[in-house]
Design a protein around this ligand. Sequence first.
Ligand code: C2E
Ligand code: CA
Ligand code: CA
Length: 738
Amino acid sequence: MFDDPVVKDFKNIDLDLQRVSEMNDEEIIEVLQNLSVHQTELEMQNEQLRLTQEDLKISQQRAYQIFYNAPTGYVTLDDQGIVKQCNRKFTELVDIQDVDVIGHAFIEFLSQSDRVTYNVWKRSSSVDKVQTFQFHTSNVKALFLSISMSELVVDKAEKVTLVTCSDVSELKASEEALKISSIVFENANEAAMVVNSNFEIISINPAFTKITGYTKEEIINQNPSLLSSGQHDSAFYRDLYNALNKKGCWEGEIWNRRKDGQIYPEWLSINVITDLYDNPYQYVCVFKDNTQYKTDQYIIHKQATHDALTDLPNRVLFNDRLEQAILHSIRNTNEMAVLFIDLDGFKDVNDTLGHHSGDLLLKEVALRLKNSIRETDTVARLGGDEFAIILLDIKAQEDIKRTLFNILEIVKHPFVLSDDRAYVTASIGVTLYPHDGDSSQELLMNADQAMYSAKRMGKNCFKFFTEQMQASASVKHQISNDLRSGDTSDFYLNYQPIVDILSGQIVKAEALLRWKHPKGETIGPDVFIPIAEENGYILELGDFVFDQVTNDLASWHKRYGINIQIGVNTSPMQFKINAKSAQRWIQKLLDLNLSGANLVIEITEGLLLESTHVVDEVLLAFRDFGLEVALDDFGTGYSSLAYLRKFDIDYLKIDKSFVSLLESDPDSLVLCEAIILMAHKLGMKVIAEGVETAFQREQLISVECDYGQGYLFSYPLPKDQFEQLLLNESTPFSPIQA
Ligand code: C2E
Ligand code: CA
Ligand code: CA
């Protein structure tokens, strides 16, 4: 300031003032004039200064505006690294207000992990000091700033560093993504191949080599057609390229050839990468070997549609084939036949020779059946010992019959199973399309019905479905519904006396169930019991019979002092499912003050054959409580001595079919005698069922039968009539042997 020329002049003026007193007027005037000129100059210079300062201020403000509003983040730091200033962009980037930035160490804004690197980098004297660091941010996305530093010389004493920060987060993210995709590309299980627009392979991954056998060296620059198997026609490839052109992608199964020549299926997806002008630039092909998948699919499909034991189609596939066969018959206006085959005696093979032998037999049956039909026909295993066959394009009934006789014959043939020989036969039911049903379900159901009829006809035969079977099937259906919707009050018991065959004295009786159908008619147990067994209602009925019998026994005892033994029929199902009911029955006897000797449980051989742990347990519980057991209908079933011994049976009831034969067939007396002898040897008493004539009675007496039951002695009677009969008996009743 002291260098200013105007001020210098003032100094001069000041010095000259010494002389002012000695000056004359003129000189004074001159000095004053000079002074005035100086003053004007001074004023002008002042104005200049003010303008310059104003300019400076404006340009300073402008510079600050540029600094503050710059699209790049700026921070100035003092020599301690403390933020002196920051611009808006920087506060936006780190998402912190400038008041929280200024005065803080710059390093605080960096992520913890990058701070050491930052310190090292800051001290290093590399020329182009640009480096990317991760910064803190409250945003979810990571913030990466590329920063550079430059020294600003503001004044000699103060060192200011300008930090320039550009956001490179996006770049960093895409770099990361690229890195990841290259790792994926290299390590993927799927093979990948990139093809350029000249159809040259430009890149592959290791999975590609693993699947195709071609290494990078062998395949790069080759045309992808090197891989083609020749399995697809030109139309296939045309469709593929059309899809690529139109949609930019294609996906599907394609058969290719490996380096070793093996052809294999692959699941391929191709994506087109286009250039700026939308022209195909690269094709990215990703594929996986479908061989295992196809094998798995095949196995899964096979398991779902085939029987594991015999490898025949199962019920699911059979139904499918049957639907197809119906369509085929409609198209060709041809007839076809459905055969429902059930083996007779298979259970015996299973029971006596074991399941393994049973399985071998089923396998052999499957083979024989398969060999007995044409390629176009289907044989399936529906389950257990049930098979079914579809015979297509039947010309004449004779054709079917020939096949049927053939099947009966081949099944009858002995089966050699390791060390054993086994024999079974077949019962076959037949339905014809379109005559016997128009749906697959109906055809199979009716064939099943016809098969049952073949069983009833004595097995080892076939039966064609008839209208009558249809009618009885619908009656059965009706009864089943009526049983389920009715209640036990429609049921009542008849009692049929069992007499000492010699004296004719009533010694016990059998309870026989009757159903007073809501429509008025009385239906016999032969009709409704098998249906109740099928639909499960038998459990309720069984309990009803037991309650009824025990109540009657208690009331006879109380009112008349009569203590008689009553036989109660049971179905196998009652033993298998309801083990608890045994306990309930025993409790009921206790509650009514009855003893076990009041009841005989009549069981069938089937129960003993199918005996399970539960069955044994129930029978034992009954025995422990003193109940007796009778084996019903003896001679019609398996009649195994071994079972009789095992199960501790008290009575054998000879089936009425044997008794009725006594009239006409002398052999049957021999049979009855043998049975009675055997029973007595095993400590059992014998009751002959269905004794209708005096002759039969005499015959039975002659072979030492113990008891008789039948119309000769009494019909099954309603409860009150039976009561009267008991009261009229000359000799009072006493408990039958304790
Ligand atoms: P079942 O146990 O063999 O009963 C004897 C059957 O022979 C009875 O037929 C009886 O009426 C009949 N009958 C008796 N004497 C003669 C005769 O001299 N000649 C002829 N031809 N038949 C005679 P019902 O009452 O029709 O019973 C049929 C079958 O129904 C019974 O055969 C039994 O297996 C079953 N059943 C009856 N009631 C029940 C029951 O409460 N529960 C179970 N699960 N089954 C029962
Ligand atoms: Ca019976
Ligand atoms: Ca019987």
